[in-house]
Design a protein around this ligand. Structure first.
Ligand SMILES: [Zn+2]
Length: 94
């Protein structure tokens, strides 16, 4: 599924992923799961597979708290709420 405005990014490992044109400049690579890694204000983070958005803490108390996609608010893995380091990047955008 790709939109005419999407841009195809190619990574050092040969993977190609279509992303929205406005997101492309923020994407620096992919992680060990094949998820996109974005950079914003010098911080690295994994982008959600559903929307290519960052993760965000959801819920108001710790018992019900979860990490959700910032765009659609669906629950996602905790990894999307983590701050990444260079070590998480397995292949960079070429
Ligand atoms: Zn989403």
């Amino acid at each position: 599924m790709s939109d005419p405005t999407d841009i195809c990014l190619t990574f050092a490992n040969g993977d190609q992923v279509f992303v929205r044109a406005d997101l492309a400049p923020r994407i620096v690579g992919v992680d060990y799961d094949g998820d996109l890694v974005g950079e914003d204000h010098g911080m690295l983070y994994a982008l959600t597979p559903c929307c290519h958005a960052s993760g965000k803490g959801m819920g108001h108390d710790d018992d019900e708290g979860y990490v959700g996609c910032r765009a659609c608010h669906e629950e996602v893995d905790w990894k999307y709420g983590d701050v990444y380091s260079e070590a998480h990047i397995v292949a960079r955008v070429v």
